[in-house]
Design a protein around this ligand. Sequence first.
Ligand code: SAH
Length: 412
Amino acid sequence: MIDFDSLPQPSERRIAVHVQPAAERALRSGHPWLFDQAIRKQSHDGQPGDLAVIFDQKRRFLAVGLYDPDSPIRVRILQHWQQAAINADWFAERLRAAAAIRQPLIDQQTTGYRLVHGENDGLPGLIIDRYADTLVLKLYTAAWLPHLRDVIAGLQAIQPFDALILRLSRNMEAATLPLGLQDGQTLIGEAPEESVIFQENGLRFAADAAHGHKTGFFFDQRDNRAFVRKITSGRRVLDVFAYSGGFSVYAASGGATDVTSLDSSAPALAAAAANFALNQADTLVAAARHLTLAEDAFDGLERLYADGQRYDLVIVDPPAFAKNAAEVERALAAYTRLTGLALNVLAERGILVMASCSSRVTPDAFFSTVLRATSAAGRPCIEIKRSGHALDHPIGFPEGEYLKCLFAAVTD
Ligand code: SAH
């Protein structure tokens, strides 16, 4: 249990901020970030998490948000257009709105989903994922710490849960270590044994919510995995950047004869094997041969090609390659190279599934880069489907559209 009194308290005094015209326009259109360079003047300095009230040139209210002196995103906007008291009731209201969007997803078959998707749900820098009865709350800025008590009170007001785990982005260590807060700490309830078990479209998965990537599982690919399940019957499948085998398990459940999960992380592959074990009651998963390969994706694809291994469906879902604008060209070059390497091991009339989670790479740039690479490789494709995020990853601002996924069939 956490001692909330040890956390920093929100200041009583709001910071008044006046901004440049361009920032004014962005805020007026609902953008969730105010950058440090866009500030013309402010009433006083503040601590992370102090509330900042932003005014336009005519001193009219524009927005209120969390002040963050340690980030170039100086204010993360909580509320645009009209004043509000930011308290547990306000957070409960935002959380209720987020929960309502997810309602169609939730049934006996799916108990894991993203409840709050940061900026896109009006809570910038805050993620909450639900794994059955366990919630995982991930913070990306220390500006949330003074409001943690109210956020948790809001959560308790809107839905029941057994345990709450805190995840902290690495840049928060300096702020959280002195407070005794740790990444992976259980704030409420019993710490889960090792992993939390949940269901997605009737399949069972275990996620290492305290230590795994992000909060332990990538819910954003749910719909793309479901589509993979529809097209794998009788196929040999290669899942590159497999992590804990999300795509791999769906492929097996769709009737794939062989599924190979490739990832550079041995613990991730152990989790993939565990997820196959969890689904042995599914006769198609039980019947599929599952192989794990712990190696670099680029080297592994070259080696599989040289070894003469071929697959009917190849999935490539790499980590983000471009975290800022300068890295976009390099990311596109990496997608081109991965497309070529994947096509080398793709059998005749095989299907290629290429995904990108780099938010800086636009859907147009990604899809055209991959399609150009298929032509350049002499393996022209027809598109089967272009898609993006599942419903629990709504898009609230341009940068929120990060996931792209292309399904394409080789026509040779
Ligand atoms: N497809 C997964 C998510 C992939 S996350 C899913 O649906 O859940 C990205 C994965 O890429 C991580 O597991 C990471 O270990 C792996 N990875 C990162 N760089 C790699 C590399 N060079 N070669 C192979 N795997 C890599």
